[in-house]
Design a binder for this molecule. Structure first.
Ligand code: MG
Length: 392
């Protein structure tokens, strides 16, 4: 058997993503853009750039073959560059992409005792991990879902996420138009439910009928007692899940919500590793996990999914703003997970992400279609390069 070509070079790009609507709608009272182009949204107290962007990593082999990875690059994308350039590249160069999981574990060990078990460090590792899996697919001429052991489905049900409209009537109208286009599940964001979550959910249930699944994302804003009370009030509306009801740090609080909520509890978009998942799953603090490929990479996404399965939890992956690379990875990985009723669909962003990629990246009539071809099955196109800036 011939040896696989060695890893040679790493490049990091900041890529701007076109967007129709902000996920949380237009700027609210008291929200303003600072000199760096950032705005803090009051509802979830989170910072966003005015121009959406992600961090893309290219890994090149001695043979010239290129693999693509991606992580969050919304804020301080230079941090991802510094970590890849200074720590990961010299450590990983010369190794084989077929060592992807060993590489992930070795990188994690480098910083573990310093407490770098999440955040930007794990994001940088996620981008590199995705690129190495892409390279394995290209070297073997196999799609990622086959490298992962085989898919259970060739299309993935999508739930429509967010109703970024100013009034309740417009939100219901938008939800109706999504249902008319084939989406059978809709999620709202509690932090922009200006008429109140209960009223908004009641209007949606009334407008959409009993057969459309409804969910609410709480963006970590409630105390456990508030979240339990909300879940009890929302119980008559038959919700599919209540997401991120309390602070991510309060695992015991989340467990207390899950024990008393009449609605299934979901969380996980901010997790990086199976350790984050295990801490919640072993306490039965969630019955739905929501891994985000841009934070986990493929290696940890799959470990979280397998851990969830062992704890009878469903996997409903998160979808954030990207250039289409981690989206493709997430769809491949999702196709291999047994208990996966939906994948999040950012209806105001996904087609823009897809427009930056060659290869099939498509969501229509309520379903994501799987990318085709070796590895991720997508590669940056000319529109991507118009929007990419090489860092360093
Ligand atoms: Mg969320």
């Amino acid at each position: 058997m011939t040896e696989a070509p060695a890893i040679k070079a790493f490049d990091v790009f900041s890529v701007t993503i076109p967007q129709d609507d902000s996920y949380l709608g237009g700027l609210g009272p008291g929200e303003s853009v600072n000199a760096r182009g950032y705005v803090v949204r009051r509802g979830n107290r989170t910072i966003y750039p005015t121009e959406m962007r992600s961090a893309v990593v290219r890994v090149t082999l001695e043979s010239g073959e290129e693999g693509w990875g991606e992580t969050y690059g919304l804020v301080a994308p230079g941090a991802i560059f510094a970590l890849v350039d200074d720590l990961i590249a010299p450590f990983v160069a010369g190794r084989s992409p077929f060592e992807v999981q060993a590489i992930w574990e070795d990188l994690y060990d480098l910083m573990r005792v310093r407490g770098y078990t999440g955040g930007f460090w794990l994001d940088a590792m996620a981008a590199v991990d995705i690129a190495l899996w892409d390279l394995m697919g290209k070297l073997t001429d196999l799609p990622l879902h086959q490298l992962l052991g085989g898919r259970h489905r060739d299309r993935i049900p999508a739930y429509a996420s967010g109703l970024p409209r100013p009034t309740l009537k417009e939100k219901v109208d938008l939800a109706k138009s999504l249902v008319d286009r084939g989406y059978r599940a809709v999620k709202i964001a509690a932090v922009v439910s200006y008429d109140g979550v209960e009223r908004e959910i009641a209007a949606l249930r009334e407008g959409l009928g009993p057969d459309v699944a409804l969910m609410v994302d709480c963006h970590w804003i409630y105390t456990p007692a508030e979240a339990i009370a909300l879940a009890e009030r929302l119980a008559p509306y038959d919700l599919a899940f209540i997401e991120a009801p309390c602070k991510t740090e309060d695992v015991a609080g989340l467990a207390s919500i899950a024990a008393r909520s009449p609605i299934p509890v979901a969380a996980g978009e901010e997790w990086r590793t199976s350790y984050d998942a295990l801490a919640r799953l072993e306490r039965r603090a969630v019955s739905i996990v929501q891994p985000e490929m841009g934070h986990t990479g493929i290696t940890q996404f799959m470990r979280i999914a397998h851990l969830a399965e062992a704890h009878h939890a469903k996997v409903i992956p998160h979808a954030t703003i990207g250039a289409g690379i981690f989206a493709a990875a997430s769809l491949h990985a999702s196709s291999t997970v047994l208990s996966l009723p939906w994948h999040e669909y950012q209806h105001s962003i996904f087609h823009h992400s897809a427009s930056l990629m060659d290869g099939r990246l498509d969501c229509r009539e309520g379903y994501f279609l799987l990318p085709e071809g070796p590895g991720l099955g997508v590669t940056p196109n000319a529109r991507f390069w118009e929007r990419a800036r090489k860092l360093g």
